[in-house]
Design a binder for this molecule. Sequence first.
Ligand SMILES: NC(=O)c1ccc[n+]([C@@H]2O[C@H](COP(=O)([O-])OP(=O)(O)OC[C@H]3O[C@@H](n4cnc5c(N)ncnc54)[C@H](OP(=O)(O)O)[C@@H]3O)[C@@H](O)[C@H]2O)c1
Length: 221
Amino acid sequence: MKVLIIGANGKVGTQLCGKLWGVHDFSPIALIRDSRQQTKFTGIGVPAVTGDLEEGVSKFLPGLDAVVFTAGSGARTGPDKTTDVDQNAAIQLMMDCEKQSVRRFLMVSAIGADPNSQSDRLQHYLRAKGVADGRLRSSNLDYTILAPGTLIDEPGNGRIQAAENLGFHGYLPREDLASAIIETLRNHLTIGKTIQLVSGSEKIKPAIASVVGGGDLPPIA
Ligand SMILES: NC(=O)c1ccc[n+]([C@@H]2O[C@H](COP(=O)([O-])OP(=O)(O)OC[C@H]3O[C@@H](n4cnc5c(N)ncnc54)[C@H](OP(=O)(O)O)[C@@H]3O)[C@@H](O)[C@H]2O)c1
């Protein structure tokens, strides 16, 4: 599966590229914003292309099987950038994928993403993510929305709790999110689903399979 990682230089994107390197059924490409970031990826054997979501990345889409959106404007920017990147650039990417028939789209969203979020602390972010998720659900793409709890940098232990609606919040190591992204891309029953994830006691593969009603499935080529 030839997959473009959008936000590859970020904390989740870096973990994901590291895990995808050398996995026989994946051919990852890192989308970075600054060519100086390139050596980090060539160092782990993942080719990188330089582009900015806000300027459009459609030229990188032909020939891809999938995109993973794990970009984000980050906590250091203001609400305008959140709208520009997490919402509008994500939606533009969906439209470009539709036009160019890149059908598989994995969105990293967040627990609580909702266009009408009333969150005290993260309302603008959760609304922007919620609007983007809503557009993705109404697209004709083969999407999956992974909605993790608060991401932490501790090493993963390969165990999560997953459900379409967990009903509570929690934490998740970025490393485990990266592993969950790979399992989701491999499991075609995740298409059309939103899956919330936090740390838990179940291994990642069966945890995801139990949400979407599948057991072991062959990888999608
Ligand atoms: N933090 C949390 O607790 C939390 C919880 C749930 C979900 N999430 C979501 O998880 C995802 C990954 O989080 P993370 O911790 O890995 O974030 P991160 O470290 O801040 O990485 C975000 C990446 O997005 C890239 N980016 C920003 N604007 C861009 C643009 N215009 N064009 C191309 N790339 C752009 C950044 O590029 P540069 O490296 O060049 O700056 C960075 O590499 C995000 O979608 C976030 O919303 C986070």
